[in-house]
Ligand binder design. Structure first.
Ligand SMILES: [Zn+2]
Length: 169
């Protein structure tokens, strides 16, 4: 993704109030390796139950930055392995968290949310680019193809979730 600025992030929240957008604790954007990311995700350093994901969406007429607020869902009593719904990486199931995103607009203000499971450290982009195991891919010559499939899948699924959050009935 292309680099985004603090102002772009704060001005791009799709499902949070202006106050929430202003209070959000941002990571050090100068230290981000943008080229290797399909989305930027981070936990609020001051309020750990909150997290954010920022996307640069191609609108057909340039691009648009969109940021989504997420809340950590209450942890299930029994610890179980979860798969991240965004990167669907089968090797990263120990580090996946359930999040809920308030819906955009009036629906969200009434408390309606959408749930999903995402890598706790938002490492989906890295997971999608990892070396495939011999079970996953027998002919390592196809590695670039395999990686592209995974990156495309991650982009598609995470954007779809963003679309659902933004849907206003
Ligand atoms: Zn993931």
């Amino acid at each position: 993704m292309r680099p985004v600025t603090e102002a772009e992030i704060r001005g791009s929240f799709v499902n949070a109030s202006k106050g929430d957008a202003k209070r959000a604790d941002l990571p050090d954007l100068s230290a981000v390796a943008w080229d290797n990311l399909d989305y930027l995700g981070w936990v609020d350093a001051k309020r750990e139950q909150l997290a954010y994901t920022t996307f640069v969406v191609d609108t057909g007429d340039g691009d648009e930055v969109r940021t989504m607020l997420l809340r950590r869902a209450p942890a299930p009593r029994e610890r179980r392995k979860l798969m991240c719904s965004w990167c669907q990486d089968i090797t990263a199931t120990d580090n996946v968290t359930l999040f809920v995103a308030p819906r955009a607009g009036a629906s969200g203000r009434m408390g309606n949310t959408v749930g999903t499971s995402i890598c706790t450290d938002f490492s989906c982009s890295k997971n999608s680019r990892r070396v495939p195991t011999s079970m996953e891919l027998q002919d390592q010559a196809d590695r670039a193809w395999w990686r592209q499939q995974r990156v495309d899948g991650l982009r598609e699924r995470s954007r779809k979730f963003l679309d659902v959050v933004m849907e206003t009935a």
